[in-house]
Ligand binder design. Sequence first.
Ligand SMILES: *Cc1c(COP(=O)(O)O)cnc(C)c1O
Length: 402
Amino acid sequence: MTISLSSPDIGELELLYVNSALRSRSLSLGPWLQRFEDRIAEYTGAHYAVAVNSGTSALHLCVRAMGIGPGDEVITTGFSFVASVNCLLYEGAHPVFVDIDLDTFNIDPDKIREFLAEDCTRSRDGRVIHRATSRTVKAILPVHVFGLPCDMDAIAAIAKEYGLGILEDACEAFGTRLSARYAGTFGDAGVFAFYPNKQITTAEGGVVVTDDARIAEECRSMRNQGRDADGQWLRHVRLGFNYRLSELHCALGAAQLDRADELLAMRRGVAAQYNIQLRAESHIHLPVSIPAVTKSWFAYVIQLRNGPGSAFRDRIRERLRQQGVPSQVYFPTIYSEPYFEPYLETLPRKLPHTERAAETCMALPFSSVLTEGEVRTVCTELSNALDGEVHGEQAVAAAPGA
Ligand SMILES: *Cc1c(COP(=O)(O)O)cnc(C)c1O
């Protein structure tokens, strides 16, 4: 049996709902879309939900609906999946990266404050201007990395003080709660994604959640070629896209939502097994927990302690690979990706924690269908790999002439 890095959890209910959608012959903009959106809103407590064909599309529509455009800057993290930055680049806006907290891997509110206080001024009409670029800073785009929520109270306070918008990338945090409130519902708009490795899946898909009727309406229109709410098929009131989510995808999502509590509990159970079996390992940091937070687990990501650089992590990954255990680098920094080179002028500051996280983090196999035996195998192989590497390094260091 090969162990998968991630896996969707598809049961009879999913087959039943998708079958029913197919047989209905209403394959787009039908009752399953309505049901899926209603259930998302109900589950998260958001007023409005607008389902689209990917998390990336959802982010893109939010950026446009929030009026973030050419020459604007948005404060965000470089330790994320590329989509959280690409949604800005699509619109000619610029990411400003500030550093992360090395325990949570999330954007550090103190670093946001530092950037605003030291690098920005206020224009006479109250806008925040980044001095080095003369551009307007419009918003903060926090990403709840691996399902652990950012410090949204602190971020909301900063946004309020400086008059900035908040777009929450909660693509990895469906079901995460901070006190009683769901991640994704703290900002002007929030986004969830439903790719097959996420907590719940629609195969491909995403959703915008917001309490703002105007943002919801604009996103709804833009996903459907800029059509108006009146339903006229060949009247387009704004530039739109085809970001629609089909009835089959919505039916799949509706089944996953019916099972959401079960799926999240199973993921929590797998994470708990990892926590127990790995707690005695001295060369890794396990995921942290935060008081008052109910984390919905997207991935199980550990941080290797040895360094500097990524060599130790990479050798551990290679040893695991040789034993048939897959792992992933979550994440390389976005700004080090080849495509980002033309945008590098926007890199303002040193980001030591972001760099460190990218060098030392790795995701272990994780899903709701991972068995106890598989978790045990991963942990045993990881222990062996760590033992082998650590003793190997000591042997090299102790060797004469080394
Ligand atoms: C998955 C993900 C997205 C969106 O991904 P899609 O594949 O477009 O659905 C965006 N941001 C983050 C941080 C993600 O993990």
